[in-house]
Design a protein around this ligand. Structure first.
Ligand code: F6P
Length: 562
């Protein structure tokens, strides 16, 4: 279009050749360290330092971190600590714990640590102590959960609740779902079922099998306007009303939200509404009333244990020197692997089937927090921020994508997570096998298998000459692939709380180094806006956003008309 101003999509606020970060002394020093270490084999670093296997370890809240298999030595580690000092990590931690409005683009504090602090703590936002309200709401959640569990709170026909349908998405789903799954071996309350997707299939499947007279519906949404959650909530409400009558809404529904007016409009009574605050980000919210499904499934005492474990990690993060500080070390290693060694992605492998849901929770935590292209001041960054984070549980993952991790051309950073005690003592030997696999994988990734070793192995099997030469390159493992190993004494509420808080703070540490705001998520808005427009176009109103989408909409409309 003649005269139209070109749209600008990549405009940094000021045109700069380099950001302050990449031009800084600590950054440059680390680039030199990386150049020096890139040509060393990790396994060889053990020969330089007899104490390495124990020196590069740290522990807190019962969790033990071994980072000796990283491409790192004392000088590079000192450089990372200097980067933390340069980026004022200590100051940012203090500001977060003090309730300052560090989420500047939303003008909010990020105070999830207050949700797991003891009653005696003093934490204020704008000079007002938030702890009395935090504990009052926690009491309400725990008391309601216990009354449902012991049958004092019942359905319309006085039947006890045997099932809970938890409706939420993103942070209003992933955290409670993860905890309920992870601690399923300790669940002793009603069965909790989670539905997040607006795809009607999972809700329909559940509603077919649930008895409305014995089902409690919990709607969890910070805003209480999220389309997916509200669509599922209306469908569940209609299901209850159709079978039990309008009075069922008050008796069979509860809600968790910061927007109480919206919840009231839905028809849920005050005593069934559990609140939290705008200073709790969705992906950091499982510690608030959003954890109601956890208290229902596992009991108030276990929910409090979870909070206690997270608080223990908070205190460690707030007080421990960075050289011994688990979240600081994990965050700095993330930056080291991503920005200085150029590793392709971050992979997390829990050796615990019950931690399967850790991955989606971690993905939202890390990638919604740090998937940013501008820094706190709106300048375009000239360095990578979060890498893709992905993974699956061991040993399943070994039979899927580990081939690529061992022999693919790109090197990925790995975290192995191993609970040491079996969830069922009767199967201790089987659990030992699981742990053996986890430890073996990290060892194999580091040491690899040399040409000489493969040659000797093939010869021992009688393979020689051209056949040997042809087989050789396919069987060599380059090794030299770094990993962390995190040991948990057992998968219980306390250590799970500590583990999740550890990763939350790791994410924060990285955001501080990258100078991005970890607590907003503007990147999810555009798709939501366009979904509204596309729906209008699908229904024959409104204009599709572009020719490709117009074509697809036409095909959908054709298929629906047939
Ligand atoms: O995906 C965007 C997001 O805002 C997440 O940050 C949040 O966890 C999720 O949607 C759900 O939001 P709500 O709790 O308001 O329904």
């Amino acid at each position: 279009m003649a005269g139209a101003r070109p749209l600008s999509f990549a405009r940094p606020r000021f045109t700069r050749l380099m950001s302050e970060l990449t031009d800084s002394p600590a950054w440059r020093a680390l680039q030199a360290q990386a150049a020096r270490l890139r040509v060393r084999r990790i396994a060889a670093l053990f020969a330089d330092d007899a104490q390495r296997a124990t020196r590069f370890t740290a522990q807190a809240a019962g969790l033990y971190l071994d980072y000796s298999k990283q491409r790192l030595d004392a000088a590079a580690f000192a450089g990372l600590l200097e980067l933390a000092r340069q980026q004022d990590l200590g100051g940012w931690i203090a500001r977060m714990f003090a309730g300052e409005r560090i989420n500047a683009t939303e003008d909010r504090a990020a105070l999830h640590v207050a949700l797991r602090a003891p009653r005696t703590a003093r934490i204020a936002v704008d000079g007002r102590d938030v702890m009395p309200a935090v504990h009052a709401e926690l009491e309400r959640v725990c008391s309601f959960a216990e009354q449902v569990r012991d049958g004092r709170v019942r359905g319309l026909g006085e039947a006890p609740f045997t099932d809970v349908l938890s409706l939420g998405i993103g942070g209003s789903d992933a955290g409670p779902r993860l905890v309920c799954d992870a601690l399923a071996h300790q669940a002793d309350g009603p069965r909790v079922h989670f539905v997040a997707n607006v795809d009607p299939a999972p809700l329909a499947r559940l509603l077919r099998n649930l008895d409305p007279a014995r089902t409690l519906v919990v709607v969890i949404s910070k805003t209480f306007t999220t389309q997916e959650t509200m669509t599922n909530a209306r469908a569940a409400r209609a299901w209850l009303v159709a079978r039990l009558g309008e009075a069922a809404v008050a008796r069979h529904c509860a809600a968790v939200s910061t927007h109480l007016a919206e919840v009231r409009r839905f028809g849920i009574g005050e005593e069934r509404i559990f609140g939290f605050w705008d200073w709790v980000g969705g992906r950091y919210s499982l510690w608030s009333a959003v954890g109601l499904p956890i208290a229902l499934a596992l009991g108030a005492a276990r929910f409090r244990e979870l909070l206690a474990g997270a608080h223990a990690m908070d205190e460690h993060f707030r007080c421990a020197p960075f050289s011994e500080n688990l979240p600081a070390i994990l965050g700095l290693l993330g930056v080291w692997n991503n920005n200085f060694l150029g590793l392709a992605s971050q992979v997390v492998i829990p050796y615990a089937q019950n931690l399967e849901r850790l991955l989606p929770w971690l993905q939202q935590l890390e990638m919604e927090s740090n998937g940013k292209r501008v820094d706190r001041d709106g300048h375009a960054v000239d360095y990578a921020t979060t890498p893709a984070l992905w993974g699956d549980v061991g040993t399943n993952a070994q039979h899927a994508f580990f081939q690529m991790l061992h022999q693919g051309p790109a090197v990925h950073a790995l975290d192995f997570i191993l609970p040491l005690a079996p969830s069922d003592p009767a199967l201790a030997a089987q659990h030992r096998l699981l742990v053996a696999h986890g430890l073996a994988q990290s060892a194999a990734l580091m040491r690899g298998k040399s040409e000489e070793e493969v040659r000797a192995e093939l010869r021992s099997r009688g393979i020689e000459g051209a056949a040997l030469e042809a087989a050789l390159p396919h069987r060599v493992f380059p090794g030299d692939r770094p990993s962390n190993t995190l040991l948990l004494p057992r998968l219980d509420a306390f250590h799970l709380g500590a583990l999740l808080a550890l990763y939350e703070h790791r994410t924060f540490v990285q955001s501080v180094i990258w100078n991005v705001n970890a607590f907003d998520q503007w990147g999810v808005e555009l798709g939501k806006q366009l979904a509204g427009k596309v729906l209008e176009a699908l229904e024959g109103r409104g204009t599709p956003p572009d020719p490709s989408t117009a074509n697809l909409i036409e095909r959908v409309r054709d298929a629906q008309a047939r």
